[in-house]
Design a protein around this ligand. Structure first.
Ligand code: 6R9
Length: 686
């Protein structure tokens, strides 16, 4: 019996008695209603939010078919609202001003702060007034390049309050990447911070931002203001490592701090403005600008598989309804929960499930500045215990990284508050799923493997706690409003069991509306391949019970001797071996098979890479998938080339597999030096 049918995890966790959706029957009814009558379904939900003016035109209008004209999606035509008002004022007016919005937890465990809804609203109004005074108006783009601090949330909501458009650039990007994104968006203001400690490392944000601003001005982009949060004087610097080696931070302390221990920044009085000075002089009241529901809220750049990044643009009304509803149902959010999403706000997961989704629900969240392994490998679990977190959301890459340290760092903490554990970002292999469930969740939680994309705005395929019996590794079923189809190469629909392109037949409220400044690219990337469908670029399989298994990007698919294989499938078999912590599989051209498998494996602590292990791993894949899937090459990988959001850059691994050093652009990797190391470790016979 295949693994997936052998293991069905009942949703009988702590949430089952009170969940918003408590049975598969209820899920099916709600899902059917959301497709049959979107206006009734989302119209009912929209009543919970404040709309200054009601819908005047069509509730939903769209075209998904390039042969019938321009692609467009419009929800709630003519209605007016403000998402910042719905995130903050609505709750404060309802008497929840004193409720905690965020528990801020610093990089160092000694640094912590509490922010209520009332305080957040005042701070947001002050910053909104600072922006207005600089002439920022409706439709203007504001770039944000910040660490995970409360001012980041304040900045994005202040931008939204005055009808401007935020473009957040993850604080790990280089000056070049920041400049590219600012140029593309023609941003007139930048908001940043002096610097941040991430684990023992210093990231000198202002210095990088200064370089980016130079690049922008060389290309005639006039930036009116660089608003700078002073953060370094409020936080604890890393201590020297206990083993006597100088922590990376010690070097930074010498170069970036003066004799009195103050952090040094270069200052250009023509553009630089200290946040604390400007904000303390500003009024804490600011009327929201009532916006059309289809006005842009933000753009967020995602790397296209080739070429320049795309500014994925979302609009206000649909995104608001969708992030609020997915947050409520996928995590089964209830008043009193403490929610912790480890994603950085610089990624879509942070936009939708650190800021907007939780605040729209009036939730209390943990906002974490640091990394999972600093100052020790139990940091996540320590935070969960400290704040009694009930809903936790992280990525498979973090889970696998922490699994490497075994169960002991988890077991040290009381995690009994946990009820729902979420996963996002890539397919989660059953090994990691089960560890998450058994070790972190003590076999008494709901796991939600949420499939979605920057482009989808929110979860599109996900189990619902309390309703969906889960199969480890499957994202299960479509969310409300989502109409899933699988297509073969010719665009024929695969009904029932089968594998193909994962596409959606119609828009849900949170789908992106365009690529900023390039609607044609939007149409070609997502709609040209199959007329009438939004194409995710991922492959998926539907099993005999109707469960959806996302197999990874289509370009990660390989064809070995005519058998279609997904990299995820192979990787998950390799990771089942106790000596393997993480694995990545790519295709390498093969004269007889067409393509063969070339695998990279990272070992768990204390294991050595030897012939015996290679033979065992080949056998493992053979026995899990079939003889045709047996890898031709397996090589040791001290680390994998990952982007800063944790995605394996398989394009680079494919080059290594064929011995080609023409790696292309690897600047977006978290650690570009790993590429050279991997090249050197290629097996001789390859
Ligand atoms: C939210 C986010 C999107 C791509 C997507 C897919 C992969 C995300 C997944 C998953 C399998 C999941 N992906 N979640 N694959 N199961 N639960 O990650 O957005 O950065 O745009 O990436 O990530 O390949 O197409 P984004």
């Amino acid at each position: 019996m295949p693994m997936e049918t052998a293991n069905m995890f009942n949703p009988a966790s702590k949430v089952s008695k009170i969940s918003h959706c408590s049975s598969m029957e209820q899920y099916k009814q709600m899902h059917a209603k959301s497709l049959k009558d979107p206006e009734a379904f989302w119209g009912e939900i929209s009543k919970e939010f404040h709309f200054e003016e009601k819908v005047k035109g069509k509730f939903l209008d769209y075209n998904f078919d390039t042969t019938k004209g321009k692609i467009f999606v419009r929800w709630l035509e003519g209605a007016k609202t403000n998402i910042c008002y719905n995130c903050l004022d609505r709750h404060v007016l309802a008497g929840k001003g004193d409720q905690v919005a965020f528990y801020w937890e610093g990089n160092d465990p000694a640094d912590a702060e509490v922010v209520t809804y009332g305080e957040l609203l005042k701070d947001v109004c002050r910053v909104a007034n600072v922006l207005k005074a600089k002439g920022v108006a409706k439709g203007d783009r504001v770039a944000i390049y910040m660490p995970m601090v409360k001012q980041l949330v304040v900045a994005m909501l202040a931008v939204a309050r005055i009808g401007a458009v935020h473009s957040i650039v993850f604080g790990g990007y280089s000056a070049d990447s920041l400049a590219d994104r600012m140029m593309d968006a023609q941003a007139s203001v930048l908001i940043t911070a002096d610097a941040v400690w991430r684990g023992p490392k210093l990231i000198a944000l202002k210095e990088i931002a200064d370089d980016a601003l130079k690049l922008c001005s060389a290309k005639d982009l006039k930036v009116k203001m660089n608003l700078v949060v002073q953060h370094m004087n409020k936080v604890t610097a890393p201590q020297p490592a206990s083993n006597g080696t100088a922590a990376n931070g010690n070097v930074a302390k010498k170069t970036h701090f003066d004799d009195k221990g103050n952090f040094k920044v270069n200052w250009d009085p023509l553009v630089d403005v200290w946040w604390h000075e400007a904000v303390s002089a500003a009024s804490s009241e600011c009327d929201p600008v009532w916006m059309d529901t289809e006005d842009p809220l933000f753009m967020l750049y995602t790397s296209g598989s080739t070429g320049k990044p795309k500014g994925v643009q979302h609009t206000i009304g649909g995104y608001m309804l969708y992030t609020a509803t997915t947050f409520k149902y996928s995590f089964d959010y209830h008043q009193g929960d403490v929610y912790f999403c480890t994603a950085d706000i610089g990624w879509i997961t942070g936009h939708s499930y650190v800021t907007y989704g939780p605040l729209l629900n009036g939730a209390t969240s943990v906002l974490f500045e640091g990394v999972p392994t600093y100052p020790h490998t139990g940091r996540f679990w320590e935070i969960i215990e400290k704040y009694k977190v009930s809903k936790f959301y992280t990525a498979p890459t973090a889970i696998r990284a922490l699994m490497k340290f075994g169960d002991e760092p988890v077991k040290k903490y009381d995690l009994s508050s946990l009820a729902v554990l979420g996963s996002v970002g890539e397919p989660i292999n059953p090994e990691a799923w089960l560890w998450y469930y058994r070790v972190v969740g003590d076999s008494n939680v709901s796991i939600v493997d949420t499939f979605w994309q920057t482009e989808t705005g929110g979860h599109v395929i996900t189990p619902l706690p309390g309703a969906t019996p889960c199969k480890p590794g499957s994202a299960c079923f479509p969310f409300f409003g989502v109409d899933v189809a699988l297509l073969d190469e010719e665009g024929r629909e695969i009904k029932g069991e089968g594998e193909g392109y994962l596409v959606f037949r119609r828009p849900w409220p949170g789908i992106m509306r365009t690529v900023y400044g390039n609607h044609e690219r939007f149409e070609t990337t997502y709609f040209k391949k199959f007329s009438g469908f939004y194409c995710t670029g991922d492959g998926a399989r539907r099993d005999s019970d109707g469960y959806i298994w996302v197999t990874g990007r289509i370009d990660d698919m390989l064809n070995v001797s005519g058998h279609l294989l997904s990299t995820a499938q192979v990787e998950s078999s390799l990771v089942e071996h106790p000596s393997v912590a993480e694995a990545a599989a790519v295709a390498r051209p093969h004269s007889i098979k067409g393509e063969c498998l070339y695998c990279f494996v990272t070992l768990t602590e204390g294991n050595t890479f030897e012939d015996k292990l290679v033979a065992e791993l080949k056998n493992k894949v053979r026995s899990k998938i079939g003889a045709f899937a047996s890898p031709d090459f397996i090589q040791l990988a001290p680390g994998l080339p990952k982007t800063r959001s944790g995605k394996i850059m398989r394009r680079v691994l494919r080059k290594i597999a064929v011995g080609d050093k023409d790696f292309g652009d690897i600047s977006t990797l978290a650690d570009p030096s790993i590429v050279e190391k991997l090249f050197e470790l290629r097996p001789k016979e390859s």
